[in-house]
Design a protein around this ligand. Sequence first.
Ligand code: SF4
Ligand code: SF4
Ligand code: SF4
Length: 201
Amino acid sequence: MRFAAPLSELALTNLIDAIDAVLPQTQCTRCEYPACRPYAEAVAKQEIPLNRCEPGGEEVIAKIAHLLDQTSLPLFHPARPTQVAFIREEDCIGCARCLPACPVDAILGGRRWMHTVITEDCTGCDLCLKSCPVDCIEMRAPPSHWVLPEPNLSRQRYHAHLSRQIARRTNRDHDQDRAQRRATMIQNARAAMQARKNKAP
Ligand code: SF4
Ligand code: SF4
Ligand code: SF4
């Protein structure tokens, strides 16, 4: 059902917040949006059907349908078995490429050190798999005590992850700027020296 009249900006923001609040916050991108919040925005604006969140399943679809006053739909993507990531530590080369790939910082490790998954924080999004150059991350059935991390916690971890990524990028840009300025200064000084030499009798 489409809304009879366009929603006010405030009503739309409230609706997006409400939809986002029922999403599992794995940030897995299976809905074909880069994270949960953009999917919530698209659903609220009626740009995409409400049945694209595979980790949320029928339960989340029903909640979104209720918020939108729409009829529930069957899940669009086939449901996948619940799994969590596992690193075969004996094969890990400590390249640290999996760290930025995990949206909720559930991987522990540092460059040249063995890495490991904090199973309690892992949402099973499988986004780390492709980042590993030696294929030592695999998805496995979770231990019996495992439960999907609480969505609010996953959202907080994701925001912390994004902030760190932005800070890292800003520092890198700053270092590159500094290196560029230094190179330009050296080049100018050399050119000035050469010009003085050329003028000398
Ligand atoms: S958890 Fe659902 S809404 Fe969030 S990114 Fe994954 S599929 Fe999209
Ligand atoms: S460890 Fe891998 S599967 Fe688990 S949350 Fe992080 S990226 Fe997703
Ligand atoms: S990407 Fe693979 S090899 Fe590199 S640190 Fe992570 S688990 Fe180890």
